[in-house]
Write a protein that binds this ligand. Structure first.
Ligand code: PMP
Length: 394
């Protein structure tokens, strides 16, 4: 028998499996599980977007599009970025429609990184970031944040992590998994360090529409930042379109042209008919986005106050659909807590350490599920905590 493992590249063999997937494979085999684990909206894509896509198939839009996507869609993306965030990107040569924000991130790293160059990743962070940097030949450098600071990075922390090889800093606001929102002051502090040390800033704005308390400010709109910023966004979260796999990247022309070379060889273009749906989303989806946003906000308020009441301390996240409570008072590790909660009460959450070392002592709960499920989850978590004899706040 041949050992097939010998055929693997060292990079592929050494890439760790996602801490999220590992856990959900177990949960998927159990019955009556309430999942607070999934990182996607519980809404179905609005009808008008689906309708438009069905019509585009009927009309025969089945060919490739231009490599960066339909110009009509790039024009809508450009209008949206201008109207919503006050940043101007030329639809002709500064925007690429990608296969989700995931591909946009991949293109960004591959376009800017020479072997061994470092990208600062503010943790806890989305699980794909370190792997994508590694696959692009770069080196991910973790910068851990603290709950006391609302999981915001400080300029001092960034400066401490810098080396002569630091090329870029990756930020994500609102954040997955903490829900932390960076306002203009927070971004300005990061921008100052980026300018001082000549860093590229990659900003993952996929949750920008799911912001509940303050107006969204986009990094590229800050003074001195446009030329060094790569803006990434997509349709998955705002329009409940995860399965469509549509996102986009916008940046200065030279960076986009480099990304476009990679994109045309690896991907050719995003699916034609789906791009018609995306045009409809940007043209007419505003009301539905706002309705979903209101619904998430209600659920956020419920879960934050309920978790704090039953003894799991958590800050109020400014956006996305995650809360990140501390489980330190239970004496369990994140992994133990998640495993025991799943086994005893059939509630699936993600251990915080799946998002980096600084996530140890926390769990990620997604509230993108029905209010009934959330209420039942709280009853079960409360019962679980009581079984551990955790002191509960009055
Ligand atoms: N960035 C963050 C922070 C995410 O949470 C996700 C999805 N979970 C993505 C990017 C990927 O989004 P897409 O579906 O557009 O590839």
């Amino acid at each position: 028998m041949i050992d097939v493992n010998q055929f693997l590249s060292k990079t592929a063999a050494e890439l760790p499996p996602s801490g999220i997937r590992k856990f959900f494979d177990v949960a998927a085999q159990m019955e009556n599980v309430i999942s607070l684990g999934v990182g996607e909206p519980d809404f179905i894509t609005p009808w008008s977007i689906r309708d438009e896509t069905i019509a585009s198939i009927e009309e025969g839009y089945t060919s490739y599009t231009a490599n960066p996507g339909l110009l009509e869609l790039r024009q809508e993306i450009s209008n949206y970025l201008k109207n919503r965030f006050n940043i101007e990107y030329d639809p002709k040569n500064q925007i690429i429609v990608t296969i989700g924000a995931s591909q946009a991130l991949d293109l960004a790293f591959r376009a800017i990184l020479n072997p061994g160059e470092e990208v600062l990743i503010i943790e806890p962070a989305f699980v794909s970031y370190p792997a994508l940097v590694t696959l692009a030949g770069g080196k991910p450098v973790q910068v851990g944040t603290k709950a006391e600071n609302g999981f915001k990075v400080t300029p001092e922390q960034i400066e401490e992590a810098l080396t002569p090889n630091t090329k870029a800093i990756l930020i994500c606001s609102p954040n997955n998994p903490t829900g932390t929102f960076l306002n203009k002051d927070d971004l300005t502090k990061i921008a100052e360090v980026a300018i001082k040390h000549n860093l590229v800033v990659i900003t993952d704005e996929i949750y920008a529409e799911l912001t509940y308390d303050e107006d969204y400010v986009s990094m590229a709109s800050l003074p001195g930042m446009y030329e060094r910023t790569i803006t990434i966004n997509g349709f998955s979260k705002a329009f409940a379109m995860t399965g469509w796999r549509l996102g986009y990247v916008a940046a200065p022309e030279a960076l986009i042209q480099a990304m476009l070379k990679i994109h045309q060889y690896t991907t050719m273009c995003a699916p034609h008919m789906l791009q018609h749906g995306a045009i409809e989303a940007l043209r007419n989806g505003k009301d539905q986005v706002e309705e979903m946003q209101r619904s998430y906000r209600r659920r956020r308020n419920y879960i934050v106050s309920s978790l704090n009441e039953i003894g799991l301390e958590c800050h109020t996240p400014g956006g996305a659909f995650y809360v990140f409570p501390s489980i330190k008072n239970t004496g369990l590790t994140s992994q133990e807590f998640a495993e025991q909660l799943l086994k005893k009460e059939r509630v699936a959450v993600v251990p915080g350490n799946a998002f980096g070392e600084s996530g140890e002592g926390y769990i990620r709960c997604s509230y993108a599920t029905s209010m009934e499920q959330l209420q039942e989850a709280i009853i079960r978590i409360d019962r679980f905590l009581k079984s551990l004899n955790v002191k509960q706040e009055q």
